[in-house]
Design a protein around this ligand. Structure first.
Ligand SMILES: [Zn+2]
Ligand SMILES: [Zn+2]
Length: 653
């Protein structure tokens, strides 16, 4: 008898360890060979860089990462599989329902469905959830089957689902697969989790209308959103977070705190700032301006529009012209202006006003420049997606050898801004070129290497928590983006620093080097806030409208107990004004309890309760928002306390 040794395949794990398995082994088998506990957690697998079913046979030497709930791709696989489970439940409850697309999204999943003449309301979702729970408990496997185009079409023709038929018609024969779990089959490329039993906790969150394939020409389908978790605890935490996020929604708080407003008559997506919001903006601007002046920035001011040719030169017209606000015509033949979509081209022209030598660099032009960008109606959202906004913009023009130092200084500035505003958790993404394909980039290899190295080193030296992403750089330069985590743990992209080799070329910017020759400066775009609108939106949600004292629109509410202490209240208000403290009197003839409650709700940091006794003793009774009574003190002591808190920019507690 001859024993033929089976050829084994090498599986390389993320830590570099290599183990041998028989060909045809699945990621789930491999997980089981490590531990049963691990196998119970595996949702999908990354095999050679591709996310696949954990039950797919692996036939050749491969790299393998087992994906669980902690991995982004693990979550996405679970959520997409949950969309299939929801479809199965819908089919059971509403026979004849037709299905569009059912992808996973950032938080959960949705499925677009066509219920024919029937309608579904949010009240019906409970029943769908219950059905999903029932089906999930069957632990039905998600079984993959490759099918021919003809068979795929036959299946859905028989079923009468024109959406699937339309989708299949666009697919190439030989690339089509079905997935079946329980009694439900869907057209899908996958991957999916091993079985429905992984889906333990289910919440269908909302219903919306969505045009088939996003086109208004097509039928409006019903989109059902949902989210699932591997346990009840995480679902509960998520629901609490959603509730808290609703309370902190900047659109709601912005209205309540009288910060900003929108008017359809003025135009969608064009925020207007009420006095309290405008003053908050000004304080933020002043704060950054002071820091910038200390860092060698020079202020400039440029107009809100620019000649169309400016954007033809910059390349923006070619790239964004069609999808932007259209040119403004003047009575003069052929003269066209664009609403400014960015400040950079204006600043390039300012750089050229006078000749520069290597000793003049870096030149740092800063401007709170308002720009206008067209966004579709459906994309607009409060202050975070708008059509007009003010960037805390600056452009640094420097020599290639100065890039690193400039980067370090900008990182310092951004960190100073975040720390001053109690954003203590942030990470930075460094976006570099494609690892090997360098054909699409503008600028010399030498300068790119210098800049990429400068960014990586500066970030490391500043102790920034970074992730490096290849192939994420713009064609014109590498960049570094800051993501902050807010009080609810949500991530927001704020500040950005970006190297640019393109605009200096297009605008033919020059400086005379030490060698007496002409050279191109490097341009760096940077904005620590990103935009004032977006930053304030994030700040409102981060601090739930309880701004740190130095930013609070109203710092002190003076609450006279009755008409008898009105005169004393006015005297206190006058003295606070002299001490540059922003105070208001609530002189309505309401009960003091009600006045305190309302000041609390309005998130006013300090309240001064003034009765006849306080007037007689020439003192103030102080209350701190959400903390309560701080006792009685002379007004002078109070103003000193306030001014110190403001001067130190004491963060929110
Ligand atoms: Zn699927
Ligand atoms: Zn710029």
């Amino acid at each position: 008898m001859v024993l033929i040794a089976k050829r084994m395949i090498n599986i390389t794990f993320p830590d570099g360890a290599v183990r041998q398995y028989e060909p045809g082994v699945t990621a789930l088998d491999i997980a089981k060979s490590i531990s049963e506990g691990l196998a119970r957690k595996v949702l999908a697998a990354n095999v050679n860089g591709q996310v696949v079913d954990a039950t797919r046979p692996i036939l050749t030497d491969s790299t393998l990462q087992l994906l669980t709930w902690v991995d982004k791709d693990g979550k996405a696989t679970m959520w997409h599989s949950s969309a299939h489970l929801m479809a199965e439940a819908l089919e059971a409850l509403y026979p004849g329902v037709k299905l569009g697309y059912g992808p996973s999204i950032e938080n959960g999943f949705y499925y677009d469905i066509d219920l024919g003449d029937r309608t579904i309301s949010e009240d019906d979702l409970k029943q769908v959830e219950a059905k999903m729970v029932e089906l999930s408990k069957r632990n039905s496997e998600y079984v993959r089957k490759e099918v021919s185009k003809a068979d795929a079409l036959a299946y859905f023709t028989e079923k009468g689902d024109q959406y699937k038929i339309e989708t299949i018609n666009e697919l190439a024969d030989g690339s089509i697969s079905f997935y079946t779990q329980g009694g439900f089959t869907d057209l899908c490329r996958g991957p999916h989790i091993p079985n429905t039993g992984f889906i333990k906790s289910i919440k269908l969150t909302s219903i919306a209308g969505a045009y088939w394939r996003g086109s208004e020409k097509n039928k409006m389908l019903t989109r059902i959103y949902g989210i699932t978790f591997p346990n009840q605890k995480e679902l509960d935490e998520y629901l609490t977070l959603i509730e808290e996020a609703k309370k902190r929604d900047h659109r709601k708080l912005g209205k309540e705190l009288e910060l900003f407003a929108f008017s359809e008559k003025v135009g969608l997506g064009l925020p207007m700032w009420l006095p309290k919001g405008a003053m908050l903006r000004e304080r933020l601007q002043r704060f950054l301006q002071e820091a910038q002046i200390a860092s060698g920035y020079l202020p400039v001011v440029t107009p809100h529009i620019g000649n169309k040719n400016l954007y033809v030169t910059s390349g923006h017209y070619e790239k964004y012209g069609k999808d932007s606000f259209q040119p403004i015509h003047t009575p003069e033949e052929g003269e066209e202006f664009m609403l400014k979509p960015m400040n950079c081209p204006h600043h390039c022209e300012l750089y050229k006003v006078s000749p520069k030598s290597y000793k003049d660099l870096p030149v740092r032009f800063a401007e709170f420049g308002t720009v206008y960008r067209y966004e579709q109606h459906g994309e607009l959202h409060g202050l975070t997606r708008v059509r007009g906004f003010t960037q805390d913009d600056a452009h640094l023009f420097c020599r290639p050898d100065q890039v690193k130092e400039e980067f370090q200084k900008v990182i310092d500035l951004v960190m100073y801004v975040f720390n001053s505003l109690s954003f203590t958790e942030y990470t930075a993404q460094i976006s570099l070129r494609h690892k090997t394909d360098r054909s699409k980039y503008m600028g010399s290899e030498e300068n790119w290497e210098l800049a990429e190295k400068a960014i990586i080193e500066s970030a490391a030296e500043k102790g920034l928590n970074t992730v490096v992403e290849y192939d994420e750089a713009a064609f014109y330069g590498p960049k570094l983006d800051f993501m902050v985590k807010d009080a609810l743990g949500r991530k927001w992209q704020l500040g950005t620093i970006q190297v640019d080799y393109n605009l200096p070329e297009r605008f033919e910017l020059e400086y005379i080097g030490a060698d007496n020759q002409k050279h191109r400066p490097v341009m760096i775009h940077r904005a620590p806030f990103g935009s004032l609108e977006r930053f304030i939106a994030v700040l409102i949600e981060h601090c739930a409208g309880k701004f740190p004292l130095w930013l609070a629109p109203t710092q002190v509410k003076i609450l006279p107990i009755s008409d008898k202490s009105q005169a004393y209240a006015e005297k206190v208000a006058e003295l606070l004004k002299k001490a540059e403290i922003r105070a208001e009197i609530d002189d309505r003839s309401e009960k003091i309890g009600k006045k305190i409650r309302e000041a609390e709700l309005a998130k006013i940091p300090y309240m001064l309760v003034l009765g006849e006794k306080e007037a007689a003793d020439n003192v103030v009774a102080v209350r701190r928002q959400s903390k309560g009574d701080l006792g009685t003190m002379p007004l002078e002591q109070f103003t000193t306390m306030i001014n110190e808190e403001v001067a130190n920019r004491k963060p929110i507690e």
